[in-house]
Design a protein around this ligand. Structure first.
Ligand code: ATP
Ligand code: MG
Length: 137
């Protein structure tokens, strides 16, 4: 069984999509292994997205990710990293396949409702960034 980190970003929480997004994940057969709500600090958002620190959108991305609370989740399932990315859809909602979370609900390439780990290595780093062992069931 594989695990991935999922985040409902501040736009998803403020648009009251938390329940809908969790419903999509559970309907896909993913098991919720951990979950908490948190308002990220600037340092937490910067270190989470450190791979993008040289990108032109980095400062805006950190401002967005710290603009309100997020929902952090660990999802478990067979091949969950790849399947979650498929269910989320492309980063830019204009390019996301119909029916995906981002096609249904995202407003822009930045405000795109959800995050999902993109590899086993990033999943390990990202889960450890937000959850300790005793918080994962
Ligand atoms: P995430 O890592 O959040 O799951 P992703 O893997 O689809 O999304 P990345 O390339 O890792 O996309 O970018 C991380 C996040 O940075 C995106 O989800 C989006 O919020 C923001 N972002 C990426 N590219 C742009 C861009 N060109 N303009 C504005 N924001 C962007
Ligand atoms: Mg990414």
């Amino acid at each position: 069984m594989q695990k991935t980190l999922s985040i409902i970003k501040p736009d998803g929480v403020s648009k009251k999509l938390t329940g809908d997004v969790i419903c999509v994940f559970e309907s896909a057969g993913f098991r919720l292994a951990a979950m908490k709500m948190k308002w990220l600090s600037k340092a937490e958002a910067e270190s989470f997205y450190y791979v993008h620190k040289e990108r032109p959108f980095f400062a805006d991305l950190v401002d967005f990710m710290t603009s309100g609370p997020v929902v952090l989740m660990v999802l478990e399932g067979d091949n969950v990293i790849k399947r979650n990315r498929e269910i989320m859809g492309a980063t830019d909602p204009a390019e996301a396949e119909a029916g995906t979370i981002r096609a249904r609900w995202a407003d822009s390439k930045q405000n795109n409702i959800v995050h999902g780990s993109d590899s086993e290595e990033s999943a390990r780093f990202e889960i450890g960034h937000f959850f300790s062992g005793i918080e994962i069931f």
